[in-house]
Ligand binder design. Structure first.
Ligand SMILES: [Zn+2]
Length: 265
């Protein structure tokens, strides 16, 4: 069994402030350690459930957060960015049996995490798919579905976990924290790891029931902080500017949507 694990940092227990997410910042050190521990827990759960091959994508910002020397032997880690439309899902293909998300966070436009955002937070105020606020989890699950790989597990903030359960009803979720205003109410780091390990085991046992449904049409909408960026994006073939700060794009599939996203955002 071959398992893909995509790991972000804003949905790791304890992480509350942007300083903690930034490579090179003093406050990032403990956060990346906890990110590494939660990743180890997911890998251990996957191995216990029968995974023989595990690929981990370090999917936050620099993509150089995880301490790879601490991960179990046999786990491969993708560091840095592959300059491909899959972005946080680089390297995924039909050969995988399941996808796992660790440390994910609420979408731009939601208030479930002080660090809520979708993709490029400095440029976009929101991303919508078919009129609904889109989280990175949703976009990346659709990429997984494109390759027929079920999504079996998600950990992160409570709002993301609860909203995402509607998209993939049979996957396992572990909400390690609740975001309220600029605060987070966090699960103990060790308990978070234990819960993630258990959740991954359960999720993988249930993987045949965790296929992600892809909508027939994918309408991408992006709201930009700066109207200049919306104007610039409007020159991408097929993109329509729908207001001073927003554009729309009808994608033929998620691959097409992610390619457009790569160039306009
Ligand atoms: Zn991130």
């Amino acid at each position: 069994m071959k398992v893909y694990i995509s790991v972000d940092i804003e949905g790791i227990t304890g992480v509350t402030d942007w300083n903690e997410t930034e490579l090179g910042h003093g406050e990032h050190i403990w956060a990346k350690e906890q990110m590494t521990k939660e990743t180890i827990a997911a890998c251990e759960g996957a191995m216990e459930a029968g995974a023989t091959e595990i690929i981990v994508k370090d999917a936050h910002d620099s993509a150089r957060n995880l301490d790879i020397s601490k991960l179990p032997k046999g786990v491969q880690v993708i560091r840095g960015w592959a300059s491909s439309p899959e972005s946080m899902m680089a390297g995924i293909d039909e050969s995988y049996d399941a996808t796992i998300f660790v440390g994910y966070h609420s979408a731009a436009g939601e208030d479930g995490n002080p660090l809520a955002h979708t993709m490029n937070s400095s440029k976009a105020t929101y991303i919508k798919i078919n009129g609904e606020l889109a989280s990175e989890f949703w976009m990346n699950s659709l990429i997984s579905a494109y390759y027929n790989v079920p999504v079996v597990f998600l950990s992160g903030d409570k709002m993301l976990c609860e909203n995402s359960k509607k998209l993939v009803p049979n996957m396992e979720i572990v909400a390690v924290k609740t975001g309220i205003g600029d605060a987070t109410f966090n699960m103990h780091p060790d308990l978070a790891c234990e819960s993630i390990k258990e959740g991954v085991i359960k999720g993988l046992k249930n993987k045949d029931k965790c296929q992600v449904e892809t909508p027939k049409e994918l309408k991408l909408e992006i709201g930009f902080r700066r109207h200049q960026d919306a104007k610039r994006a409007s020159y991408y073939p097929g993109v329509k500017q729908i207001s001073a700060n927003a554009i729309e794009y009808m994608a033929k599939d998620i691959q097409d949507l992610m390619i457009a996203r790569m160039f306009v955002l």
